[in-house]
Design a protein around this ligand. Sequence first.
Ligand code: SR1
Length: 348
Amino acid sequence: MKSLARLAFSAAALSASLSSAAFAGGLSGAPAPFDKGGVKVALISYISAGDFFQAYQAGAEAQAKALDIDLRVFPGRQDAAQQREQILQAINLGVAGIVVDHGLPESLSDVVQQAVDKGIKVVAFDVNLNNPKIPQVEQSDHELAELALKQAVKDNGTSFKAGYVYVAGFAPLDRRNEVWDKFKAENSGVTEKARFGNVSDTTATSTADQAKAALTANPDINVVFGPYDEFARGVKLAAGDLGISGKLKIYSADVSTADIQEITEEGSPWVATVATNPAVVGAVSVRAAALQIAGQDVPHQITVKPVLLTQEGLRAAGVKTIEDLAQKIPEFSASDAVTANWISAKLF
Ligand code: SR1
């Protein structure tokens, strides 16, 4: 309930701040078809549960509203067959653009090719569709993992016993995993004692169950690298239940208002995360579709850079919410990726 209220508030705030750019019947001074308005775009997600994906959707909706786009949101339920079906439904709806948010490339490539062949402009966020006509949006996952691990070394030195949370097959997690593999190869004092993880509609609680077993079997683990906020939440929950929060340090990816509360609370083992504002990433994805629909150039690789957020830094700056971050860190209020003079990209 609390998180629903928070989401509603964020979405309303985003929409309110953007709505002045659009008016019924299109955008003044925009290229066709945005001068007439009502351009249909589909947002087709593989995962909808969790703070990251809800905020990403809220940002996409806010940017769509500012562009007078009729955004059709297809909720993801980690179901590859359903996501394929939704892409076919979007094609039949006559959308001008499709944003594909996560998913399994092997079950998507032929249907997205059908969309491209029909002239529909497709954008991929965190799913490798390997198609020269489809721009790829990502959060610079290599840099994200490097920043988190650099902080882990700063705090713990180059010798520690690690727990690692990973599920293969998700593009951002696979890219972060490449950095973890390299990091271990370069730091012989770091031992991966346990690997676990789960991605589902209950990622945090399922990961907590696995973390409990892993931490109990390996009481010498003192660092956990869990580069997804739902993973970090699960490990923190397990550490609390086992009474070992004081001897563990968790390094993650992503941030939300709820995450900030968990990171900064007294005695929290979650000491750092590296993150973008997911609402900004959602807005960038919609802009990439809009620019293509308007016939304007879009780079093939679109990156929204993440920022290191430490427990110490958040506490010292008195940061309590994502809105606080947006006030203090320019990258959290807007990205200059894929903008144009007819697009309002300022979110907060
Ligand atoms: C299951 S993949 C989860 C990741 O997707 C997005 O890239 C977020 O950063 C999250 O960590």
